[in-house]
Design a protein around this ligand. Structure first.
Ligand code: SF4
Length: 373
């Protein structure tokens, strides 16, 4: 990709800035990286920046109307070189310059401070809130730096989520299984039509195999599931391909969710992606102000996928729904956690049981449920 690069002077000595300058041929040193206001133009600019403000917080999608998983986010990247038609960033970012925070120690200081406040809790956190964790890895090696640094944080687990196949910088690192590499997956027909510039499915599957062979835990997000022609067969083939590449024993968790977007974003999607069919399906407005497929359709999609996961992947990987209510959980799984705190406990308990030595102490349900985060 052709891009214009900036490195903020304060970050010039960082390993990330040095790697970026080495592999890029169009980099300027600046006091502060320039803002870009146009969504697409922002994807052509990469800035290596310092951390601004407090970094560590709960996932912004968290809502007490839904059962959420209590994951934390560390927004070390902002904007993304890929171009998914359903990406919420097209209607969210005011400064669209693609940026990567280079002072990893300062970022992780925020995580350590929060983790020390509840040393009994096991914190899952990810860097994907405002971008893709690995899309810029060849240019920055920023995630490789995080993988190494997170090793000493015994009540934390880093999740790197991507639609790329950029994993080479992570191989051979001392990750101690404290890092989960996660992929957002869809059938190739959806990738071709709606996830522009991302890695093809086969490349993502080969990358999954590479990190699994290197001992990393893997997570899979079937989110957003997208309605498309022959979607049942498309997802069936996808699940078969996935479990030919990775053993379910190495899959830490699997999430399922469906397409959702704010009504205001519909216009941006139609303007930015005139060929997309994304906004033509029948949808309803949820309590969180987001459009979703109508409930019978979501139920059918989730049930189909869940049955395939259990058929091909067995009972081990923890499977959960993202941003759905209790009643949907019961329709799909036959049971539901009582709250986000309960789901957080169940996910931690699954990790504790399945991966000895990963979770620092046996999780206590009462502690999780009595401490609203
Ligand atoms: S990969 Fe994620 S962040 Fe990047 S364009 Fe697609 S949805 Fe947006």
């Amino acid at each position: 990709m052709k891009y214009k690069g900036y490195v903020e002077k304060s970050q010039q000595g960082s390993a990330i800035a040095q790697h970026f300058s080495k592999v890029s041929d169009n980099v300027a040193e600046v006091d502060v990286a320039p803002n870009t206001s146009d969504y697409r133009n922002g994807k052509k600019v990469i800035a290596i920046t310092q951390k601004k403000g407090s970094a560590f917080s709960r996932c912004a999608s968290q809502s007490d109307k839904y059962i959420c998983c209590n994951v934390y986010v560390l927004p070390s990247v902002s904007n993304c070189p890929y171009d998914c038609s359903y990406c919420f960033l097209q209607n969210y970012l005011t400064d669209t310059t693609t940026s990567v925070v280079a002072d990893t120690a300062a970022l992780l200081a925020d995580v350590k401070k929060r983790a020390a406040e509840e040393p009994w809790r096991f914190f899952r956190f990810g860097t994907w809130e405002l971008g893709d964790s690995l899309a810029l890895e060849p240019e920055t090696h920023a995630s490789a730096e995080l993988v190494v640094a997170v090793q000493s944080m015994k009540n934390c687990l880093l999740e790197l989520k991507t639609k790329s196949a950029h994993v080479d910088s992570l191989l051979g690192l001392d990750h101690g299984r404290r890092v989960v590499i996660a992929w957002s997956l869809n059938p190739q027909a959806v990738i071709t039509a709606e996830e522009l510039k991302t890695a093809p499915l086969q490349a993502r599957l080969e990358a999954i195999k590479k990190v699994a062979d290197d001992g990393y835990l893997v997570a899979i997000h079937f989110d957003p599931m997208i309605l498309h022609e022959d979607w049942e067969a498309g997802y069936e083939q996808l699940i078969e391909q996935l479990f030919q590449m990775v053993s379910p024993k190495q899959v830490a968790w699997i999430s399922i969710g469906s397409l959702r977007f704010n009504p205001e974003m519909k216009k941006s999607m139609e303007h930015n992606f005139p060929k997309s069919r994304m906004t033509s399906a029948e949808m309803v407005l949820g309590d969180d102000g987001k459009m979703r497929y109508i409930k019978p359709l979501r139920t059918a999609m989730y049930k189909h996928l869940y049955q395939l996961i259990r058929h091909h992947g067995g009972n081990e990987p923890y499977v959960y729904l993202c941003m759905e209510r209790w009643d949907m959980w019961k329709k799909v799984f036959g049971a539901s956690p009582e709250s986000a705190e309960h789901l957080d406990f169940l996910m931690t308990e699954s990790l504790y049981r399945r991966f000895p030595g990963l979770v620092h102490q046996a999780p206590d349900r009462e502690s999780y449920e009595s401490s609203k985060v």
